[in-house]
Design a protein around this ligand. Structure first.
Ligand code: NAP
Length: 294
């Protein structure tokens, strides 16, 4: 039977397709833009928009399992969860994985209340975030200027999230479970920059801004760095652009259990330890070299 991957052209979805094809599974991909999806030849690519249930029937028929993103673009949680669940059931789907988002929308409760076998994947910060967060400053100046260089997180390689999803979608024993997924180690921002320096052979540095310097330098909209967290914050209902720097300072400046908690779920589920940040840095070193600046 065929497995449907939504978010197929995204950070986790492309890795999930790779893992499923590697296992010999038949894969169907949902995208809003089939013409530009650029997916492997063996994948059946079907157009559809998760925010518009009327477009989804062709993709949702004749599948046994589905990997579901829970947002409809720009981190906006989906508002039509019950319609999506009804279509999945009509299509004969038995099992779904849900990729946890920044905020819960309507899809997660609709899936939990349904007879579908669901597994909720709740990953921490993706290592891929550093491509957008730090790529430009490291390529152009070799310096990341941010507050709280000793802030901690256990970032996870996006391929490990996908490997967990591929296992859950194709093996039994994971029904009605929520898995908190982390990488193998807790690292500070400074330590991650050191790994990137080693991987690139460049003199890369973290330069710490005080909270007041941060407010001064990032206060103006056009001067803010391109941080994933900022993009997520701007989607919180009621948050004004002016609040975003304060929320960032509050969040990264306050130690929290998510920053220091490690789980062994990746290894327990896939049988392989999660990849380290040093491995990710070596795989992506070319993105942090000056010649990529153009
Ligand atoms: N980044 C993190 O650190 C992090 C941590 C924990 C959880 N998460 C969650 O993980 C998810 C993925 O985040 P990301 O930033 O890496 O995004 P991403 O994978 O780059 O997201 C883009 C993907 O979503 C698809 N998509 C977006 N809107 C769609 C719609 N209306 N209909 C169909 N497909 C749609 C896109 O497909 P097309 O453009 O091809 O249509 C594309 O494949 C988010 O829910 C996020 O909250 C992220």
């Amino acid at each position: 039977m065929t497995i449907l991957v939504t978010g197929a052209t995204g950070t986790v979805g492309r890795h999930l397709i790779y893992h499923l094809l590697h296992q010999g599974q038949k894969v169907r991909a949902l995208t809003r833009n089939p013409a530009t999806a650029s997916l492997p030849e063996d994948v059946e690519v079907i157009g559809g928009d998760l925010t518009d249930a009327g477009t989804l029937r062709p993709a949702f028929g004749g599948i046994s399992a589905a990997h579901l993103i829970t947002f409809g673009g720009d981190y906006q949680p989906l508002g039509n969860g019950q319609q999506i669940v009804d279509l999945l059931r009509e299509g004969g789907v038995r099992k779904v994985t849900l990729l946890g988002g920044w905020q819960e929308g309507s899809l997660e409760p609709a899936v939990r209340a349904s007879p579908l076998e669901w597994t909720y994947l709740n990953p921490v910060q993706f290592m891929a975030n550093f491509l957008t967060d730090w790529g430009e400053p490291l390529r152009t100046t070799g310096v990341v200027r941010e507050p709280y260089g000793d802030r901690k997180s256990p970032p996870i390689h996006e391929s490990d999230i996908a490997a967990v999803a591929a296992t859950v979608l194709t093996q039994d024993g994971h029904a009605d479970q929520a898995y908190h997924l982390t990488g193998p180690e807790v690292l500070t921002a400074r330590q991650m920059i050191r790994h990137l320096a080693e991987a690139t052979g460049r003199d890369l540095r973290f330069e710490e801004l005080t909270p007041d310097q941060t407010r001064q330098e990032w206060g103006a909209l056009g001067k803010r760095p391109n941080l994933s967290l900022f993009r997520a914050f701007t989607q919180i209902p009621g948050v004004r652009d002016a609040d975003v720097v304060e929320i960032f300072l509050q969040m990264v400046g306050t130690p929290n259990k998510y920053g220091t908690t490690l789980t062994d779920n990746v290894e327990k589920i896939t049988g392989r330890p999660p990849r380290t940040f040093a491995q990710w840095a070596a795989e992506h070193a070319h993105h942090f070299q000056p010649q990529d600046a153009a």
